[in-house]
Structure formats: C-alpha cells, structure tokens
Design a binder for this molecule. Structure first.
Ligand SMILES: CCCCCCCC/C=C\CCCCCCCC(=O)SCCNC(=O)CCNC(=O)[C@H](O)C(C)(C)COP(=O)(O)OP(=O)(O)OC[C@H]1O[C@@H](n2cnc3c(N)ncnc32)[C@H](O)[C@@H]1OP(=O)(O)O
Ligand SMILES: CCCCCCCC/C=C\CCCCCCCC(=O)OC[C@@H](O)COP(=O)(O)O
Length: 271
C-alpha cells in the first residue's frame, strides 16, 4: 500500500484504541449501575417477603445477590485476616472508600447483622436506594453535622439493643488519590459511645485497574485486608482523637503494603 495511505491509518489506530478503551470504561460503568438497579429491583420483593420491611437481615439478600458481579469485570478479590471478623456481638467496621465498586468487596466479607452508614443522597438512587433503606442502612446528612451526630448517637444505641454491626467509611467521601484522606470522627465517637471494638478493613488501591480520570477500567485484583480489632472499652470522648490517629496509621500502613506502588495518576505514593 502507498505510504501516503499508511500514515493516516497509523494515526487512526491509536485513536481507535483510545476510544475503544474509553468506550469500554463508560460501558462497564453504565452496566454496573444498570445491573445493580436490576438486582435491587429483583431483591426488593425478596426482602419484603422475608422480613416485611426495614430490617438488617435484608443485607443477606444483597450479599447473596451481589457476589457474582465481580466476574463480569474480571475482578479477583483476595481476602486476608478473616479471623479478625470472628468477634461475637456488635462492632464498628471502618474502611477506606474509593468507588462504588467497594460494594463488591464489602459483600465478600460482610458479617451477619451488619449494615452501613451512607450519605442521604443514596436513598434517592431508585431501586438501589430502596433496597438500601430496606436493609437498615443509616442515612446521614453530611452537610448538617449536628443532625449527623444525633443520627449516629441513635445508631450507637440501636447497635446494642438489636446486636447490629455498622460499617463506616471514616474518610467521609470517595477518594482515589493513592493514599487515605484524614479521618472524620463519627465512626470513633460511635464505637466509644457503644463501647464496642473497631475492626479496620483496608481495600488495596484500585489505581492498578481503575482510573477515573484516564477513563480506564480493566480487570484486576482487589486485596482486602482485615486488621485485628481495636478495643474501646473504658474509652471516653477524650480518647476519640488518638483512637482515630491510631486507626489511620494502622490502615495507611496496610494500604501502602497491599497496594501496587506503581506511580499513580495523582502523584507517586508517599512512603
Ligand atoms: C440486590 C442487590 C442490589 C444491589 C444494590 C447495592 C446496594 C449496596 C448496599 C450496601 C452498600 C452500601 C454502600 C454505601 C456506601 C456509602 C458510603 C458513603 O456514603 S460515605 C459518606 C457518608 N459517610 C460518612 O460520612 C461517615 C463518616 N463521617 C463522619 O462520621 C463524620 O464525622 C460526620 C458526618 C458525623 C461529621 O462530619 P464533619 O464533617 O462535621 O467532621 P468531623 O471532624 O468528624 O466532626 C466535627 C466535630 O464533631 C465531632 N463529632 C463527630 N461526630 C460526633 C459524634 N457522633 N458525637 C460527638 N461529637 C462528634 C468531632 O469530634 C469534631 O469535633 P472536634 O474537632 O473533635 O472537636
Ligand atoms: C445522588 C444519587 C446517589 C448516587 C447513586 C448512583 C446510583 C447507584 C446505583 C448503583 C450502584 C451500585 C451500588 C452503589 C452503592 C454505593 C454508593 C456510593 O459509593 O456512594 C458514594 C458515596 O459513598 C460517597 O460519595 P461522594 O464521593 O462523597 O460523592
């Protein structure tokens, strides 16, 4: 073929490759949301038949229905530290939060009678919002700290009365900057008020397979590391800051240890 014709083709090829991986990124994300919406639609009547309304036991339905979703995206989930979840009674799980994909890892390890704290906007997410409500998810308004605090104080009582475990994302928002954000205090006040242990859980960085800015969503491995519980018996609100600092440093160490330390899009990992 004429060299003159080769040139535009050579230029077109990377463009096509780029658009196809960008296309795949959006397609996979769209599929993820659509599939979860559909699963929730199917799960809602199951929840209603099983428990007739809002009940933490409905989390079992979500857990069972979400487990296969990882296979669509070629994601492997490797869990370590299972033994640290074998604690009797209520506790607070804290974990880092990178993306809505965290739900896949959560559902791999979610203990019985465990629900989560989420931003109130999630309740409006159609069928997903409804099944979250049915599963006892505690919704907070992050813009009104005083409201959020009183909802969480109620949650501390409910945890003890109904033997419920709560999963909180102490970063308070999604974050994929290759490190952990500073922690908000709510999770630690909650554990101290209820005098229950904290079980830290760390998700490895998704930057090896999922890059939001670069529009990359490939297959990959998520490592989930469950850390030993931290007791809070005898602690008071005075101890909350040091408890938060201790949890942050333990989790940050684990995060850097289990994440591939390839240079990240938002700057290199700080060791
Ligand atoms: C069939 C299948 C279908 C499939 C369907 C799939 C379904 C999926 C199912 C299930 C998975 C669900 C997954 C959901 C994921 C959602 C994740 C999210 O939404 S993450 C965002 C929301 N979560 C948080 O924000 C929590 C963490 N945040 C906190 O705990 C904050 O602390 C908060 C909101 C309570 C307050 O935030 P501040 O921004 O005001 O910051 P601060 O510094 O923490 O607090 C200010 C002062 O108030 C005190 N304070 C905080 N909490 C307190 C408390 N409870 N009592 C007393 N003082 C408290 C603090 O000590 C601080 O005071 P001093 O600076 O220390 O003097
Ligand atoms: C305004 C509507 C809320 C958005 C919901 C979009 C539709 C979700 C439908 C299917 C996705 C599957 C389950 C997702 C559940 C997890 C939701 C989530 O991860 O919320 C993000 C929130 O943690 C942090 O939000 P910001 O980063 O502070 O913003």
């Amino acid at each position: 073929m004429d060299v003159v014709w080769m040139l535009p083709l050579l230029l077109l090829f990377p463009l096509l490759m780029w658009t196809s991986s960008t296309f795949l990124f959006y397609f996979k994300k769209f599929f993820y949301v659509a599939w979860m919406m559909l699963l929730a639609l199917l799960g809602i009547p199951v929840c209603l038949l099983k428990s007739g309304g809002r009940d933490v036991e409905n989390m079992r339905v979500i857990r069972a229905m979400v487990r296969h979703v990882k296979y669509f995206f070629g994601l492997r989930i490797e869990v370590s530290g299972w033994e640290h979840l074998q604690t009797v009674g209520p506790y607070v799980i804290i974990s880092n939060h990178q993306s809505s994909l965290d739900v896949l890892g959560m559902m791999e390890i979610l203990p019985d009678r465990c629900t989560t704290i989420a931003k109130k906007e999630l309740v409006y997410a159609g069928t997903v919002g409804l099944i979250c409500w049915l599963s006892g998810i505690v919704f907070i308004n992050r813009k009104k700290t005083s409201d959020a605090k009183s909802v969480m104080a109620d949650a501390a009582k409910t945890m003890l009365d109904q033997q419920i475990r709560l999963w909180v994302f102490p970063e308070g928002t999604r974050n994929q900057n290759g490190d952990l954000l500073p922690f908000k205090k709510g999770a630690f006040h909650l554990a101290v008020q209820a005098q229950v242990p904290i079980v830290p859980v760390v998700f490895s960085s998704y930057n090896s397979f999922y890059l939001r800015k670069e529009k990359q969503f490939n297959s990959g491995t998520i490592k989930l590391k469950i850390l030993p519980k931290i007791e809070t018996k005898g602690m008071t609100s005075e101890d909350v800051s040091s408890l938060s600092d201790l949890s942050h440093s333990l989790m940050r160490t684990a995060f850097l240890e289990i994440s591939d330390s390839v240079p990240q899009s938002n700057g290199p990992l700080k060791h």
